[in-house]
Ligand binder design. Sequence first.
Ligand SMILES: C[S@@+](CC[C@H](N)C(=O)[O-])C[C@H]1O[C@@H](n2cnc3c(N)ncnc32)[C@H](O)[C@@H]1O
Length: 269
Amino acid sequence: MPTGIRDSGYTFDNGSPEAVPQLRALESFLDPVTARRIAPPVLAPGAVCWEVGAGGGSVARSMARAVGPAGRVLATDIDTTHLAPAANLDVRRHDVRSDPPPGDAFDLVHARLVLLHLPERRRVLATLAGALAPGGWLVVEEFDCTAPLRVLTAPNDDAAKLFAQVTDAMLGVLQTHGADLAWAQDVHAEMVGAGLVDVDTVTHSRSWPGGSTGASLYATNSRQLEPELLDAGLSAGQLEGFRRLLRDPAFAVMSYQFVSTRGRRPAER
Ligand SMILES: C[S@@+](CC[C@H](N)C(=O)[O-])C[C@H]1O[C@@H](n2cnc3c(N)ncnc32)[C@H](O)[C@@H]1O
């Protein structure tokens, strides 16, 4: 069992060799969407930002460029293996479920694909909202994993069935570790409940052909979760067939729906 599972409730393990392709695939798919959501006026030069569960660090690095030398970015994670500090970018090991927030006057707090995994997600969201400066923004981005993944093209009749079987089993493993597959749909109301204003939500999904970076995310996830997928009754042959499918250009599937919600703490009068 990866250490991350025992220590945090988080299903994946940043220390595993599969974490690098996993985090890269997430970044290449999601960074353009996130960049639009944190673009000015949300993020401005001189801003002070907290990137929660920073993972591979690409969002923290782009925030650091955007805020410039007068601003500061703090990137936190329970596992900081892939994070490196820079001039205006600090890195700190921090468990967002149990450690006190590292400040209470952030102009931007951003968390992508983190709260989904944590059973304490509602309390954590309230904590993140409480760490904002007056007028500061909270941006929470998650996959909505409730809808079945739509296979668009497949090399044979069994392919879609195999794909559904393995991806369902992977979601089952995530749930065993406390993930809420429908949480993305609740974030908007939670932000309103936390007293944030100007709350808005956008969604994004796209097709992933076999061989694409996006499709490779399913394969790397299946490698990280392999022991638990075998325990759940899948065979090694099924997992190999699944990974072959994800490299096959005759296969294409829709991504999960990515849901980005942001809200602002009212400015003090
Ligand atoms: C799916 S990855 C997403 C990484 C990054 N946010 C992104 O979207 O590219 C989830 C990240 O959350 C971190 N994480 C999990 N549980 C956490 C916790 N309790 N406190 C802080 N970070 C946590 C993991 O270590 C991992 O880096």
